[in-house]
Design a protein around this ligand. Structure first.
Ligand code: SDX
Length: 441
């Protein structure tokens, strides 16, 4: 893995880069250095009314305007609707690269040459196994368990299988278990799918690509030869590319925060999977399908959108904390959905989705709030056309995002300035009061 360059670890402020503020409570003036168009939150602590005061803090509950790290993995311009992995536009990566190429890029910040890619794929393929103990654990679960709960449990259990992964300060240990997680996650996801659907065991096939093996392990009947449609493999590979990373989203932030305690990577990515499961985050792709299934007819679209404007319903798959324009991934996935449906035949849900999009982007409730389709709006359509049920969709998101979680985890662990995440609060509880014994309560 590439170590961050020294100058990327700490910005530098020139003489002019100063924020001059006056605290009118005291008339005091302060000069706060500006680096990378940010001020250091700790510099605010010097702003006090009385010498013994704790000092000032920024208040930013959803971290909407707080940079928590420096990162070279991914760049988003929310106003322009731009997403780049290490400088390469997502549209070009989705069209020209395999998911394995993009995994190499996300982890190393460079696209691999043919030899590097072959070596990377061989190491991943060699690790595409499921430890017996995790297999027994997964097969002991209730088949009706939500697939994301099953995935979280299995990921966490891997920490027990590889106790040496706790040596997180060793770069080679981090690299080895990063590769293991990229390799094992689709196996865990696929075998969980087979367990829930009552299909028998199956093995990966060394001659197949990563995405082909992923689909083969889910769809090939036991004992039969793999026969996955190339269009499905291409669509799955592109979806994994499009989901690979997205800077400091909720689940990646969870991985960084949990990983900052120096816990093993299996526990850190389990926290990421737990965050991703939420309907406001990765769970939205499942909710979009449930939303589309609830709209009986195209004629019901205007009334549904009105219920979103009144707050009764939420237009799932729309809106984004960062994108105030089209999510570039939604454009690529929307076209992919059209291609897949062209092959699979007319699809009522796609027609409803396209009608929702067309109506919403012309309605000032949505345009005023800059609400556009996000990555989750069309992705479920494709998974559904592949024959998967909505409860599996977020697991596919997790398979793609695993490499992003691990790239950010590595970037954090390799950062000599890394510290445990421990935010502060504004206390709103009781002031100190005398203890009340039981017989007086
Ligand atoms: C992902 O962060 C990432 O990068 C995430 C992700 C990734 O790759 O990791 O891109 C993946 O999680 C995509 C988002 C998937 N979630 C959904 O599709 C769920 C529906 N969307 C929303 O719940 C919402 O838009 C969020 C959660 C995505 C963003 O929430 P914010 O930034 O906190 O915005 P908000 O809830 O404060 O909304 C601002 C306004 C509100 O109206 P007002 O109070 O101003 O009147 O917009 C409204 C909201 O009611 N609004 C919506 C809406 N989303 C926001 N109204 C109807 N439908 C929606 N979807």
């Amino acid at each position: 893995m590439e170590e961050p360059s020294a100058d990327s670890a700490t910005g530098t402020a020139s003489e002019q880069d100063i924020l001059a503020v006056t605290d009118r409570r005291t008339g005091q003036q302060y000069e706060l250095p500006i680096t990378d168009d940010t001020i250091q939150a700790m510099d605010l602590r010097g702003i006090k009314v009385n010498e013994g005061d704790f000092g000032m803090m920024p208040f930013d509950p959803g971290l909407s305007n707080t940079a928590v790290c420096r990162s070279s993995v991914c760049f988003i311009d929310g106003e322009q609707g731009i997403l780049e992995y290490s400088g390469y536009r997502i549209e070009e990566l989705a069209e020209h690269c395999s998911y394995m190429e993009v995994c190499y890029l996300v982890l190393n910040r460079e696209l691999p040459n043919a030899e590097q890619l072959a070596e990377f794929e061989a190491e991943v393929r060699a690790d595409m196994v499921m430890p017996e103990s995790v297999m027994r654990l997964q097969n002991a679960m209730d088949p009706d368990l939500h697939p994301m709960s099953m995935l979280q449990t299995s990921l966490a259990a891997l920490a027990g299988e590889y106790p040496e992964a706790a040596e997180v300060l060793e770069p080679e240990v981090r690299r080895q278990h990063t590769m293991r997680l990229i390799a094992m996650t689709p196996v865990i996801a696929a075998l969980g799918f087979r367990f829930r659907t009552g299909a028998g065991p199956i093995d990966i096939r060394p001659e197949l690509s990563y995405s082909e093996n992923f689909l083969h392990m889910m769809l090939t009947p036991t004992g039969e030869e793999p026969n996955v449609a190339p269009a499905m493999v291409k669509a799955m590979d592109a979806l994994l590319v499009l989901h690979a990373d997205h800077e400091q989203n909720c689940s990646t932030n969870a991985v960084r925060a949990v990983g900052s305690s120096q816990v093993n990577p299996y526990s850190a990515v389990t926290a990421g999977a737990a965050a991703l499961h939420g309907p406001l985050h990765g769970g939205a792709n499942q909710k979009v399908l449930e939303m589309l299934e609830s709209i009986e007819d195209l004629a019901d679209v205007p009334a549904f959108l009105e219920s979103c404007q009144s707050g009764d319903k939420r237009l799932m798959g729309f809106g984004h904390r960062v994108y105030k324009n089209y999510d570039p991934r939604a454009k690529v996935i929307g076209k992919l959905a059209g291609d897949v449906v062209d092959v699979a035949g007319p699809n009522r849900m796609l027609e409803i989705a396209q009608a929702l999009e067309k109506t919403a982007i012309e309605d000032d409730y949505f345009t005023k709030r800059k609400l556009f389709p996000n990555v989750d709006f069309y992705s479920g359509m494709i998974y559904s056309a592949m024959g998967f049920c909505p409860r599996s969709f977020t697991v596919f998101f997790a398979v793609g995002r695993m490499v992003g979680w691990l790239a950010h985890w590595e970037e954090m662990m390799a950062d000599v300035n890394n510290r445990i995440v421990r935010p502060r609060q504004i206390y709103t509880g009781y002031p100190r009061r005398d203890f009340v014994p039981m017989d007086q309560r």
